[in-house]
Design a protein around this ligand. Sequence first.
Ligand code: GRF
Length: 228
Amino acid sequence: MNFVVLCSGRGSNLAALLDAHEAGRLGGAEPVAVVCDGHHAGALNVARERGVYATFVPRTAYHANREGFERRLLEVLAPFRVDLVVLAGFLRILGPTFLSAFPQRVINVHPALLPAFPGQGVWADEIRYGVRLSGATVHFVDEGVDTGPIIVQGAVPVLEGDGPDELAGRIRAVEHLILPQAVRWLAEGRLEVSGREVRLAGQGPAGRPGALIWPPLDHEGGKVLKFS
Ligand code: GRF
């Protein structure tokens, strides 16, 4: 399964994917290209340092022309036999022109527990709102903003004194675990989508699920309760 990664920023999720690939943890998924929407994106260097083809389609050249931008993206991807598109910090909303080329084959990582806090720059909003738990979500991309069927989520506590950067860093550590895992499940053909529901076939050697309660209860640590 060939995948491309679309990025706008530093590319830490891209690096996590490439690490997982090098470690043989992507279940046969092969990164074939990285495409950024500007030439400053750090992700371009991350890719090139690892020997993965990287290029950019400048979003500024397609200001109010989303369709033109998406058509150009498709042209850039055409030479690669792309089975999966991974959005890893890609700051453009993709519409029907792009998505119809990859039905149920585009996934995104989002730094919140969707459907709470969709959109960009959510960390400050989460802190202002006073949520105690946040986290990361990997989901299929549909035409809405962060609305597609959810594949996997991971929760983290919001700690006293957190600013957006501290919270983003804690969430990012979870993103780096769940995004490569989702790619692996897709490569192994283990995800089945039916409406909003995503089923994972053949659970691995999973531990028992637990509850994360934050702030912690007086008599226990942060992780309590085990379910069978
Ligand atoms: C991540 O927090 C991701 O959830 C969001 O953009 C950020 C990208 O970070 N969509 P990086 O470029 O992978 O470091």
